[in-house]
Ligand binder design. Structure first.
Ligand SMILES: Nc1ncnc2c1ncn2[C@@H]1O[C@H](COP(=O)(O)OP(=O)(O)OP(=O)(O)O)[C@@H](O)[C@H]1O
Ligand SMILES: [Mg+2]
Length: 347
């Protein structure tokens, strides 16, 4: 069931200079976020990711199109009614946005106070949240006394305080080192799996998508150019921009420079085979090559874990006559993804 639906949504800003063109930050976007998804949004700077999130959050109105959150068309609501919608959506930020003058306890209690909770209920909920994010001993500390990862955990606890159904995370780990990023991602995974919160993550870090997200949308110039389950998009990206993003994290595909080095070191035709798990045809690649009398050598490769599923790439230097290689690759290509690096100019 979709918890957020965008239908032909656009967002325009006035021209930055008088008489110039208006800025189309989000351009005719249609997408569904299902309940329980960890929905990743990737794209270069200026692609419109943050704007899209502000539209979902009802912090800004869409210029056109409709946005439904939890079954309610928010584009039709008045400001007073939007406050209720916003209460059902938590948000965390790159710069944490904690109140420097308030203790950890008071930071987390803040949204509960606004929502009119009783003192006793607030105390109980904050204690529960501190335990969940692993900061029970930091209740009295102030933000400046915390590490970046601890600050973001406070941010997560505060965002979850009123039990929102949706959590929006805009570059929430971009200010953190890799180890701390890993801890925060593990926490977000628990938020999703144990509390059933739907999460929207905006990031330029592909490994965040690879470890956390279930679905991904790629944005360029305000448009969504590709979307789908992370495994599908990462193992077979269709759009050139998606291929560039995915190429930065997917292991086992030689770069042009590595391909040239392989070509210099090995004789034979360089061919990359891609294997997706559950693919029954994997063994056939080797059997077909051997049956055709072709000799081969494994020269490059890597296996990726994409949210628990395996996606591997293996490059072979295949030796034999060209016609036999062509014929065999054509047969293998019917079941398995084959990239002939020589055709791409390896030699
Ligand atoms: N309040 C605003 N007024 C005018 N233009 C804006 C405003 N906010 C964003 N834009 C423009 O809209 C476009 C999309 O911006 P947005 O912040 O959504 O991109 P982004 O994908 O989040 O980029 P980044 O990765 O750098 O955070 C940009 O061209 C930006 O300059
Ligand atoms: Mg942004």
């Amino acid at each position: 069931m979709a918890i957020v639906t965008l239908t032909n949504v656009s967002r325009h800003y006035p021209a930055p200079t008088p008489g110039g063109d208006s800025v189309v930050a989000v351009d005719n976007v249609t997408l569904d976020i299902e309940k329980g998804d960890v929905f990743g949004i990737i794209g270069y700077s200026g692609a419109g990711k943050s704007t899209l999130v502000r539209l979902i959050n009802a912090l800004e109105p869409a210029s056109s199109g409709t946005i439904t959150v939890d079954g309610v068309d928010i584009t039709a609501l008045k400001e007073r009614e939007l406050r209720g919608v916003r209460r059902g959506i938590g948000m965390i930020f790159q710069q944490f946005n904690l109140f420097a003058g308030k203790s950890v306890h008071a930071n987390i209690a803040y949204p509960l106070k606004l929502a009119g909770w009783s003192k006793a209920d607030i105390a109980q909920r904050v204690t529960e949240l501190l335990a969940f994010v692993g900061l029970s001993d930091k209740a009295k500390a102030y933000p400046e006394q915390l590490s970046g990862g601890q600050k973001q955990r406070v941010g997560i606890a505060r965002a979850l305080a009123t039990r929102p159904a949706i959590l929006l995370a805009d570059e929430a780990t971009s200010a953190l080192d890799p180890q701390t990023t890993h801890e925060v991602l593990e926490l977000l995974k628990r938020v999703n799996e144990e509390q059933g919160v739907t999460i929207v993550v905006i990031t330029h870090e592909m490994d965040v998508i690879q470890t956390l997200a279930t679905k991904v949308a790629v944005m360029e110039h305000g448009r969504v150019i590709e979307q789908g389950p992370v495994f599908e998009v990462f193992s077979a990206p269709k759009h050139p921009a998606s291929q560039r993003f995915v190429g930065t994290v997917i292991k086992g595909v030689p770069s042009p420079a590595e391909t040239a080095a392989l070509a210099a070191r090995h004789t034979g035709r360089l061919v990359t085979f891609s294997f997706r798990d559950g693919d029954a045809a994997q063994a056939r690649v080797f059997l077909d090559l051997a049956a055709a009398g072709l000799d081969f050598e494994l020269v490059y490769g890597g296996i990726n874990d994409i949210r628990g599923r395996a996606f591997g790439n293996l490059t072979l230097a295949i030796r034999g006559d060209d016609a036999t290689i062509d014929r065999t690759l054509a047969v293998i290509g019917e079941r398995t993804s084959v990239t002939d690096l020589d055709e791409q100019g390896a030699r």
